[in-house]
Design a protein around this ligand. Structure first.
Ligand code: CTP
Length: 404
């Protein structure tokens, strides 16, 4: 899939540098011509010989160590690259890129490059959330850099949190999707809802659900890589927001309804991955509720079904809904598809291990008007997102057009 593509792989100095070797190997296996640039710190974690052997090309570390006298290496590399991938990207490298520094081979090559740059950050969670790092990520994103977000899990420093380098296969999937489907959603305006809604009972209490926002964020990130202009409307979430997309924060189902319907006319594709409350409290107390008796009854009323509202008002938009089910998946999914006038429904059996809320994986079946379109096995949410958007892109017939 990457045959004939020249990729510069920048490896910087974090413990995840060892995963750079697996990434290099997978890129070469996929047919890419890989040139590795390592920082001095990366060399402390993994040897250049490893990367030279895997890439079958010389490894660059020192700007002044000119391997081929016929060319100026950093300019030559920059001119011939189709894509630069930095994995792992440390906080220091992000700061250097954001500041336009050119004090080593990698940063100098990046300044000289005009090709797209894909960055896979990896660091301790507090470093990742530091305002300086957040600012640098935003700055790089505003200049067009693309990102593969770090995953959540055991960090080398002992924390179990966000900051792990994305798995090499996920980075390869992002690279392949950029090369092969990169243009498929170019110019499309995509709105994704993500996370759970919060329905207030009083100033300190609310009803919500287990949604983490990860599925919606993976879709937003994949849509961005495929060239779309992406907006996310986000409720309560435990995952970090993807970089490079417009973010609208909401709390309640009613706020989400307003945020989505206000932007609906200008959207080409709307994907409703959020877990929206079906009921809200009839009376929301302005003061904190005091205990009163052994039992209380909470009176709830229906919220507006956002997806159904969008289905009723649908004109040119391609509409994708989600269905979390525990039984009769196909029956309920097809019922939702026709009742809410969706073009696709992504159904998952949330009773299965590895599917649904909170995890990094999902098992979904996608239904269209004709019935089952694709049954995906256990996959990372990123891979589900890429495959789903590929289905959507395949069903768009013209700018703003919709499925057959
Ligand atoms: N949804 C919505 N507005 C609501 C409730 C749900 O837009 N008030 C959307 C969700 O974002 C999701 C889809 O509807 O895309 C399906 O949600 P789900 O809760 O599985 O289905 P329901 O329609 O609520 O049906 P049921 O309660 O029968 O499962």
């Amino acid at each position: 899939m990457l045959k004939g593509k020249t990729i510069i792989l920048g490896i910087t100095g974090g413990i995840a540098a060892y995963k750079g070797a697996a990434l290099c190997s997978k890129l070469v296996q996929a047919g890419a011509n890989v040139h590795v640039i390592m920082t001095e710190s990366a060399v402390k974690f993994i040897t250049p010989l490893t990367l030279q052997t895997l890439s079958r090309n010389p490894v660059y570390i020192d700007t002044f160590d000119e391997i081929d006298p016929a060319v100026v290496s950093h300019i030559h590399l920059a001119d011939h690259a189709d894509l630069i991938v930095i994995a792992p990207a440390t906080a220091n490298t992000l700061a250097k890129l954001a500041g336009g520094h050119a004090d080593d081979m990698l940063s100098t090559t990046l300044l000289a490059a005009t090709c797209p740059v894909l960055i896979a950050p990896a660091m301790n969670v507090h470093m990742y959330e530091h305002p300086a790092v957040v600012h640098n990520l935003e700055l790089l994103s505003s200049r067009g850099a693309m990102f593969v977000e770090p995953g959540t899990g055991q960090l080398a420093c002992g924390y179990v949190a966000k900051g792990r380098l994305a798995e090499p296969e996920d980075i390869v999937a992002a690279i392949e999707s950029w090369f092969s489907r990169g243009a498929k959603l170019k110019g499309k305006r995509v709105l994704v809802t993500a996370g759970g809604t919060m329905e207030r009972l009083d100033p300190v209490r609310f009803l919500t659900n287990d949604s983490s926002g990860k599925m919606g964020f993976a879709i937003a990130e994949a849509a961005l890589l495929m060239g779309a202009d992406v907006t996310i409307v986000v409720g309560r979430t435990t995952a970090a927001l993807p970089a490079g997309v417009k973010v609208i924060r909401v709390e309640s189902a009613q706020q989400m309804l307003e945020a989505v319907t206000n932007r609906y006319d200008e959207m080409d594709i709307v994907i409703k991955a959020a877990a929206v409350a079906d009921y809200r409290a009839v009376n929301v107390s302005e003061q904190k509720q005091k205990k009163n008796g052994e039992k209380i009854v909470l009176e709830l009323e229906r919220t507006t079904d956002i997806l159904e509202t969008l289905g009723q008002r649908k004109r040119h938009q391609f509409l994708v809904g989600f269905a979390a089910e525990t039984e009769q998946i196909e029956h309920y999914a097809m019922d939702k598809l026709s009742r809410k006038r969706c073009d696709l429904i992504v159904a998952n059996d949330v009773s299965k291990d590895g599917a649904g809320f909170n995890g990094d994986t999902n098992i979904v079946q996608v239904f269209g008007p004709e019935g089952l379109v694709e049954a995906m096995p256990l996959l990372s949410k990123r891979e589900v997102a890429v495959r789903l958007l590929e289905l959507v892109a395949g069903r768009l017939i013209s700018p703003g057009g919709i499925a057959e």
